[in-house]
Write a protein that binds this ligand. Structure first.
Ligand code: NAP
Length: 665
């Protein structure tokens, strides 16, 4: 497999053509007013990289640690030091603008990146994070390109044009590898194209929710709404020419491996049709069908009897008006967290049917817009947006991983899984008590009895305050039946409604359920897996399915936090690396060895056994009927990255193409 060091390219920091890069086109007045609003630790980190001088991250420029999830712009500096930092930054940036100062030609070492971030956040961050952070910041290539792409006919079919499919497509395009991307929708965006329910947006910070190699410097808010996310993915596709390779409104029926030809045939047809009308041929198929897009419609008696509109959040119909209506909402997960506050603003009455309360975290930047000064700094100060992202990546990601690990000796196992998890529980409980202090009835219903992170931890989007509204009712009695006019609960109460909304989530354990995949000797992927029990090596490759790669496959959802995009990019790098080897070394097929796949999954199951999800205590879409966690990864990002970053040839069975000279005429 291709070898890559962490910083092989002397043009470190260079972004691919067409992607965002900071520009020095600003006036001194603009710079001054932006610096007045700057995040000082980030400014210092930017100065360190721009000047190559670590005086900016030594005494007296050592910030204090943030005390909440906010940005901690002041860094805890006194006014005189803050003024000195701004003045120095001004001077350095003007020298950079004039061309008098250029960034050092030698890239920062990974260890230095981790050490600077550690100073910026005033907490230890191990050197093992350096290479990963460098990639996340766009300072080191997360990419492999074949040398012989232009001379070797090679075609990839990507199934799905959501986040993963687009990340794959962009990378293949940059590597000069031909591809077709197929999507049932009429546009790119996947989940962000499909989910248009009122209030829909991202509950991961926006600046983490973009590709590392093509960041967006000007998100409107710290948590962007669906329309802006959808626009980002559409613009990205246009910027990288993905549309020219796309087959929209097209459904994949069956992908089948042809052993003799070492290639795949993929039958496709119109998205609204039942029959395939065309066959594509590909050397490689990449599944990018997503994890959370098959709506789960619960088997509640009477669902078909309801006479008003009844719809799942993920199949929203924007012609439905909620103004003046009585809305019944079943479910209290991430989708309800956003839908309920938004609908309560306009509906006459909202009745929420809760089976399990949720842990939700306050976030000081939730609902806040990003101001022009921050947009300016992102756009014009080298490394500013990259440091901002890396701070989020650490703070929202691996920093919290330990909170999910079961300490078998912890005396209060049950309410929590370890001491830090228990501290978080106390913090979240105090928050709910504060929000519902005057509503003891609601409080009783709202404090979960399972450990935090047992279900996906949510960011509070105004949930608890919404529950206190006069036009909102929280119902915790079980649902007996849906009737023609509403919902009847087990206590016999009829809850009248005009619109019934199912915020009931997705059939996530049915990984890749939307496609039929036939591998070697016609073996069926879903039969191989068994119902709801998908497994893959690194979540990417499956024995018996050569030249077939999954993105966001089994056990790759990073349930401790961070962003799906980071994991996806790591998988894309892995797949691109394998494809590059296939092209440069004229490989006909690449298939993971069964023993490697099995050993990995044994190790994964063992790691999973000490997580909060395996500990149990609540329902979760992560778990299949047999109790196995199918969707989530037990690893820290840095551990997954080290496994996935450089494919190990010994893990795969490879076959070579027959040389033309040896082919029978
Ligand atoms: P979810 O987390 O699976 O929540 C489904 C809800 O429906 C749960 O409250 C569940 O109750 C309830 N439910 C299911 N069947 C029921 C039944 N028969 N009777 C009563 N209640 C029932 O689904 P989601 O809210 O759509 O979120 C799924 C995932 O999508 C999230 O975890 C997240 O990864 C993603 N998402 C992300 C965002 C974002 O902002 N980035 C927004 C929305 C969704 P129980 O808890 O008792 O099972």
């Amino acid at each position: 497999m291709p070898q890559s060091s962490n910083f092989p390219d002397p043009n470190w920091g260079a972004q691919p053509a067409g992607a965002f890069a900071p520009t020095p086109d600003f006036t001194e007045t603009e710079l001054d007013s932006a610096l007045a609003e700057a995040n000082l630790p980030i400014l210092l980190g930017s100065l360190a990289l721009l000047t190559g001088d670590d005086q900016w991250v030594l005494e007296p420029y050592l910030p204090t640690a943030p005390t909440d999830l906010g940005d901690h712009d002041s860094g805890g500096f006194d006014e005189a030091t803050a003024a000195r930092i701004r003045e120095n930054a001004r001077e350095v940036l003007l020298r950079w603008q004039s061309g008098e100062l250029t960034a050092p030609t030698d890239p920062p070492t990974p260890e230095r990146i981790a050490a600077i971030l550690s100073v910026m956040l005033a907490e230890p961050i191990g050197p093992e994070y350096g290479p990963l952070l460098a990639e996340e910041m766009g300072l080191a290539p997360r990419h492999t390109e074949p040398e012989q792409a232009s001379t070797t006919p090679f075609h990839v079919v990507i199934i799905g044009a959501g986040i993963s499919g687009l990340a794959m497509a962009v990378r293949l395009g940059q590597a000069g590898i031909d591809y077709t991307i197929v999507d049932k929708n009429d546009s790119v965006g996947g989940t962000w194209h499909e989910n248009i329910y009122p209030g829909c947006g991202v509950d991961t910070p926006s600046y983490l929710y973009a590709l590392s190699f093509d960041p967006k410097p000007d998100w409107s808010g710290y948590f962007a709404p669906q329309s802006e996310l959808n626009a980002y993915w559409n613009e990205l596709a246009a910027r990288h020419g993905v549309d020219e390779h796309a087959r929209f409104s097209t459904k994949v029926h069956v992908a089948s491996y042809d052993e003799a030809a070492s290639s795949w045939t993929v039958t496709i047809g119109p998205a609204d049709g039942d029959e395939p009308t065309e066959t594509l041929t590909a050397d490689v198929v990449v599944s990018a069908v997503g994890l959370l897009n098959q709506p789960s419609v619960p088997k509640i008696p009477g669902l078909d009897e309801f006479t008003g509109p009844a719809l799942h959040t993920a199949r929203w119909d924007d012609s439905i008006r909620l103004e003046g209506k009585r809305v019944a909402v079943i479910g209290t997960g991430a989708s309800a967290m956003q839908f309920v506050p938004a609908s309560a603003e306009v509906a006459d009455q909202v009745t929420v049917f809760q089976r399990t309360p949720q842990w939700a975290m306050p976030h000081p930047l939730k609902g806040e817009s990003v101001d022009d000064a921050k947009h300016f700094l992102n756009a014009h100060v080298p490394f500013y947006v990259a440091w901002y992202r890396s701070r989020l990546f650490w703070r929202m990601g691996d920093k919290v991983w330990k909170l999910l690990q079961v300490d078998p000796d912890y005396p209060h196992l049950g309410r929590a899984v370890n001491k830090a998890n228990d501290r978080l529980r106390a913090h979240l409980t105090a928050y709910i008590e504060h929000e519902l202090a005057e509503y003891p009835d609601l409080l009783d219903k709202s404090v979960p009895d399972y450990p935090p992170y047992g279900k996906r931890l949510l960011i509070d989007a105004g949930w608890f305050r919404t529950l206190t509204r006069d036009n909102v009712d929280l119902v915790t009695d079980g649902i007996e039946t849906v009737t023609s006019t509403g919902v009847r609960t087990t206590d016999g109460v009829e809850h009248e409604a005009d619109v019934l909304v199912l915020a009931t989530g997705f059939k996530a354990v049915d990984v890749l359920a939307s496609i039929e995949v036939k591998g070697r000797d016609g073996r069926d992927l879903h039969e191989t897996w068994g119902e709801g029990d998908g497994r893959a090596y690194l979540g990417i490759t499956v024995p018996g399915f050569p030249n077939f790669f999954c993105l966001y496959g089994p056990n790759t959802n990073t349930g401790h936090g961070g962003t799906v995009i980071a994991g996806t990019e790591m998988q894309v790098q892995h797949v691109t690396s394998l494809i590059s080897s296939m092209i440069d070394r004229r490989l006909a097929s690449v298939e993971v060895r069964e023993d490697v796949h099995d050993a990995y999954n044994t190790e994964l199951d063992e790691a999973m056994a000490s997580t909060v999800w395996d500990f149990g205590g609540t329902t979760t879409y992560y778990r299949n009927d047999r109790g196995r966690i199918v969707t989530n990864s037990p690893w820290r990002y840095v551990d997954y990255w080290s496994r996935v970053h450089e494919p190990n040839e010994a893990d795969f069975i490879v076959t070579e193409k027959t040389p033309i000279s040896a082919q029978t005429p």
